[in-house]
Every structure is written in C-alpha cells, then in structure tokens.
Design a protein around this ligand. Sequence first.
Ligand SMILES: Cc1cc2nc3c(=O)[nH]c(=O)nc-3n(C[C@H](O)[C@H](O)[C@H](O)COP(=O)(O)O)c2cc1C
Length: 221
Amino acid sequence: MNVTEALNSRYSTRAFKPDPVDRETILKILEAATRAPSWANTQPWEIFVAGGEALERLRQGYLANFKKDVPRKSDLPRPELWIPAHQKRIEELGTKRFGLAGIKRDDKAARQAFSEANAKFFGAPVIIYLCMDRTLTPWSVFDIGMLAQSIMLEAQEYNLGSIPAFMLVSYPELIREELEIPEELSIIIGIALGYSDTQHPQNKFRSPRRDIGEVARFKGF
Ligand SMILES: Cc1cc2nc3c(=O)[nH]c(=O)nc-3n(C[C@H](O)[C@H](O)[C@H](O)COP(=O)(O)O)c2cc1C
C-alpha cells in the first residue's frame, strides 16, 4: 500500500470484530510508527497497550461509569467552546452519523444508547494509550499526534482498522490504575485497534473534508 492509498483508505472504525491482534503485530506497528518526527528527537511518547483481561476489566469500568453518568475528565482538557465554523462541522458530523443509524437528533435516549459504543470501546480487542510527561508543552502533543497518525496508517499494512478517541481517555483514573501508568504521565489519547467489521453501517460512513481550495492559500506560484 502506498502512502496516498493509506491516507485515503483510513477511516475511523467504530465497530471491530472480536478477533485478537497478536503482540508481535502490534510491536511491528509501533516500531514503524515511532519513526515519526519529534521536537529535537525528544520522542516524548510513553506507550501503554491494553488487551485481553486487562482491557475487559477496563471496558467494564468504563461502561459502569458511563451508565452512572460519571463526568468525563481527560488529562488533556477538552475544549469548552468551538468557533462557529468548527461547531458547525461537529453538528454536521453528528447529524450524518445519527441519520445513518436512523436516530433523530432530539431523541436523547437513542443518542445515549448510540454513544454507549464509545464506552464499550467499539468492541476493539486492543487499545493503545499514548502518554507523555505532564510538564511538557503543546509542542509535545504535536509529536504525539504525528505518532498517532503513523500508528493508524501503519496498522493498515496489517489490515487493521483504528480510531483515535477522546472517549477512550475520558476516565483516566481507571486507565491509570489498570495499566499502572505513573502519575507523572498525562494520558493524551487512546487508539482502538482491531479488525474492522466492514459490514457494520457505522464503518461504511466516510467523513467529508473541506475543499482544499478553501483550506490552502498559495502566494508566489
Ligand atoms: C483527538 C480525536 C478525538 C476523537 N474522539 C472521538 C470520540 O471520542 N468518539 C468518536 O466516535 N470519534 C472520535 N474521533 C474520531 C473523529 O470523529 C474522526 O477522526 C473525524 O470525524 C474524521 O473521520 P475519519 O477519522 O473517519 O476520517 C476523534 C478523533 C480525534 C483526532
């Protein structure tokens, strides 16, 4: 698979098959992905991979919190407010995804049930948590972002789907306890990994992109 194919075929997988992914494959993906660049080669990432019984315990804990409506609080604070253009895209995405699932926007109960898939980690057999020292700045989050995309692109070499998700890091105290993540590390993002259930309607959805003519400005060409 070439780079352009990998970029164009990646999508956020929201329904995984239960089939396990072996440790060797995950190691190969991480080894390739950690070729990602970072500020002065600091390689600020600390990676924790959850699978098997550890992941199942975590999933149960998440689901229990979700059902009790425990407030979600990631180590990296989530934005309180979006500028109107971003808010509009968020709403458009929601409308499209709920529409696909036959859910009306004002049906709160159905939306809650739909969101439960997040708390169940979309059925993924593996979650990769990317962490970094709490004292670092947004520049290092930038490095973590490049690692995250590298992992997701490389995963495709092994026919594996993935999704990066805020929801996966929304109860950091549960993750920290289960995976023995030291307090001095901030849990930045979780990437669910596994074989995609390609027949699932949520996996048939492809998110749109802004027209590149609107995004990129050129001068001197
Ligand atoms: C930092 C980050 C957090 C995200 N959190 C969630 C999430 O909690 N739940 C979810 O379903 N998708 C989540 N996503 C996936 C985005 O919705 C998705 O990347 C976007 O809609 C573009 O779609 P695509 O990944 O299929 O190209 C997240 C993506 C990123 C980069």
